[in-house]
Design a protein around this ligand. Sequence first.
Ligand SMILES: *Cc1c(COP(=O)(O)O)cnc(C)c1O
Length: 477
Amino acid sequence: MHKAMPEKGRAGDEVLTELTAFKGEDPRYKEGRVWSLVYYLDETHSDFIKEAYHSYSSENGLNPGAFKSLKKIETEVISATADILNGTKDVCGVVTSGGTESCLMAVKTYRDMARSKRGVKRPEMILPKTAHVAWFKASEYFGVKVRLVPLQDDFTPDLKKLKRLINRNTVMILGSAPEYPHGIIDPIEEMGAIAEKKGIPLHVDACVGGFILPFIEANGEDVPLWDYRVPGVTSISADIHKYGYAAKGASTITYRNLDYLRHQMFVYENWPGGVFASPALLGTRPGGGYAAAWSVLQYFGKEGYRKLAEDTVAAVNGLKAGIDDIPELEVMGKPIGPLFSFRSTDPTLNIYAVGDQMDARGWQVNRNQFPEGLHAMVTAQHLRVVDQYIADLKASVEVVRSNPALAKEGGAATYGMLAHVPLRGMVKKKVLEMFSEQYRAGGGELDLKSGATAGDTPGLLDKVVGWYVDRQQRKGR
Ligand SMILES: *Cc1c(COP(=O)(O)O)cnc(C)c1O
């Protein structure tokens, strides 16, 4: 049943009260319980970005000639970004609504550039297996075929294999700084040398790292080169709404010079509504997100971001040390920066079951697959919960060690099964079907995965697994 629009309007206060009440069941990010999704520091900062956002919530960046304020804001955000990414004055770019838009734009740009300069009709791009899912989305949206580079044991791409994937249809190569699944910085200098020699653009996805790695480096830590100092790097995506601690809706896509950015632009000169030009994906561009991004860069400055980077690294180091202390667990690869993943080294200890125990203790922990692990996207806010997290992690490992059967229950069973269903095409088809169902008007609440506690209604992934188990049983009969 559709829930109808109310016939009569309601008092603003009443509506706002109800709106806030909706948050009741949401993850408790203000207590530092959430890892990824939210970059929260404190109420003062949160109120500040809200006010900055509100002050431009009606302004529209669609036409840079109309709201000159927003064009000025955008120009200053891009210059500040080029500065911290060590770009020359030729570096140019666009503020976008988020990392996905930035990544999509890079793929469109390089596809169109290769078509216009080299007549490439069947475009391909080379991605390490750890590339963010936004790149796979871009592949589907823009018809650019993915050539996947396998990983070595340390989770970095195998560069010998990467070289062999280059052909005349290659429109771009991707590296990440760092990649999302394990927090590892790809070998950008080596990749840059390969890209430059072959004359192929190299995009660095620094959606995570863009606004924190420069400050970790400024604090004196060892960070390999990954930005515009690497000659082969032609563009970088960097999110302000992650480690820039902006309000949601702010990322950047920058290019080494206009020769690249030109191919991102869209112009239609024959529209009855007038000649139209647009720099990125969106039509109406939300002024609030851009205004909050500009404001937060002014609010913290380099000094503020260095302090945030210092606290984040302290939290990461505390967490890694705590994990090293647990004999059954290990951090995956050699992550540098704010995030990492860890796995079980003991075949009798199921890491997803440990994740369920952490969920039950009020943490919101993300799961990796291929290989299985737990993920931690750490912010400065987490510094004060390090000890509690490690204490809970130790307790969780203890519980799972004495109850190995937990691997066959709750979330562990679901995630374990999903990672092991051999027919990936079937998983995709079933998830697609069930995911779409949840978007019917008047449809139920979106629930990918319910908590592991007893009595929860099954989430989408449970249903997919339930369907698969049924199917196997029917086949067995
Ligand atoms: C978060 C992220 C993205 C996508 O950004 P959104 O803002 O979530 O759209 C792309 N690449 C990497 C490496 C990311 O971590």
